[in-house]
Design a protein around this ligand. Structure first.
Ligand SMILES: Cc1ncc(COP(=O)(O)O)c(C=O)c1O
Length: 408
């Protein structure tokens, strides 16, 4: 008899965005003439930039020749891309990485979910709350999260991020082994200063803990005091793994490419106290379970670092951030309490009159035909908030804001 991994059965069947889709479909059935605008799901809307398209065409043409054809590539990625990353994303910030510390991935979701394989099942984990759901669910799947009681997992330490603490969590009261941090944050759109991040690095070093740092939205940072990488903080090489993605930076949600940094200084302990380097362990894991990101996607990513690529990608980021600024000022002008949206493409809004996240979602859907994301779907501290994304088309975003203003 084959026994199922019953930790999977503990996972909620209700995937947040499937739930939203169901409610929107029900609304459309009863209101067939309504033109619904979604500011809900966090996918991008603008096309790939010309430099990326050209690089993809060129790579495809190469694949059509016997000299240029590429089969399996290196599991950790091609050097041309890893060198471009070193030179462009890290050296200008004074961060020196070895090329073998960079692992090209097929987007940050896979690696933020898979990285927990490097640590024993009985490590304790802490997450900021609300949170990108992949961090917890991937720990549930292997039994590390415990059991769920009233929306909380028994073996997970939740670090509330609310307007009261400026969305920067306090250090855990009890020691934890692993901490997931994501800045700029999805869903709150808020950021962490270098000074605050230093506290976390110091905590990790002092407590022999690991930080899994998700920097998927770093390209949206404009404030000079906000770190783009945790390695801007001294000591982070000894305690942190960092995840990057081209999905939101350059519209790669359908292309699939990003990278993960596992420093060579990073170690974790065996039960007998032996220190084990995590970089070779991750390489071993990847060589066994991952056959690399496609050559065409990696050439596409490389093109983002050319002068034209940089300029074009920045133009699209500016387009989304223009949406974000308009959303902030429109929502503020009608008295809503809103956060984020300055160094990130998400707006986090307190629901009015103490309504629940889902109640406000329904009110907005039926009252303004606009879709947002209920904050509670990202964790208990998200109750009483909703998320709006700035990744929409500009005209539709303006139309949605007008409707929200008329409705409110
Ligand atoms: C915080 C965060 N990390 C990672 C990802 C995954 O992105 P991808 O797998 O497309 O690189 C997302 C996507 O929405 C995200 O919001």
């Amino acid at each position: 008899m084959a026994l199922v991994n019953d930790h999977f059965l503990k996972l909620s069947n209700n995937y947040l965005f499937a739930d939203i889709a169901k409610k929107v479909t029900a609304f459309k059935v009863t209101h067939p003439k309504a033109d619904v605008i979604s500011l809900g799901i966090g996918d991008v809307t603008q096309p790939l930039c010309p430099a990326v398209i050209e690089a993809m065409h060129k790579a495809t043409d190469e694949m059509a020749t016997s000299q240029g054809f590429r089969g399996y590539g290196p599991e950790q990625g091609y050097d041309f891309l890893r060198e471009a990353i070193l030179k462009n994303d890290f050296l200008p910030r004074g961060i020196h990485l070895d090329i073998d510390e960079i692992f090209i991935n097929d987007g940050a979701k896979s690696d933020t979910g898979n990285i927990q394989e490097l640590i024993r099942w009985d490590n304790s984990i802490a997450v900021t709350d609300p949170i990108y759901p992949v961090y917890i669910d991937s720990n549930v799947m292997i039994g590390r999260a415990g059991v769920q009681e009233e929306g909380r997992w028994s073996n997970v330490t939740y670090l509330p991020c609310t307007s009261e603490n400026g969305f920067v969590p306090d250090l855990p009261e009890q020691r934890v082994d692993v901490i997931y941090l994501c800045y700029p944050n999805n869903p709150t759109g808020t950021v962490i200063s270098k000074q605050e991040l230093r506290k976390w690095v110091n905590y990790a070093l002092k407590n022999d803990a690991l930080i899994f740092y998700d920097a998927a939205y770093q390209a949206f940072i404009t404030d000079p005091d906000v770190p783009h990488s945790i390695y801007e903080i001294r000591g982070a090489r000894k305690c942190a793994i960092e995840f990057h993605s081209y999905s939101k930076t350059a519209g790669f949600t359908g292309v699939r490419c990003g990278y993960t940094i596992v420093p060579k200084d990073l170690t974790a302990s065996t039960l007998t106290g032996e220190r084990i380097h995590l970089n070779p362990l991750w390489l071993r894991r990847q060589s066994t379970k991952f056959n690399g990101t496609s050559y065409i996607s990696q050439r596409a990513a490389e093109a983002i670092y050319t002068p034209e690529g940089r300029q074009q990608v920045q133009k699209t980021i500016d387009y989304y951030m223009q949406n974000a600024h308009e959303m902030l000022s429109a929502l503020r002008s009608i008295g809503y309490e809103v956060y984020g949206g300055e160094n990130a493409p998400y707006i986090w809004m307190k629901t009015p009159h103490g309504s629940s996240s889902w109640q406000f979602f329904m009110d907005l859907l039926y009252g303004a035909n606009v879709v947002c994301t209920p904050g509670v779907g990202f964790g208990p501290s998200g109750e009483g908030y909703v998320r709006f994304t700035a990744f929409g088309n500009h005209e539709q975003t303006e139309e949605a804001l007008q409707r929200i203003m008329d409705y409110s």
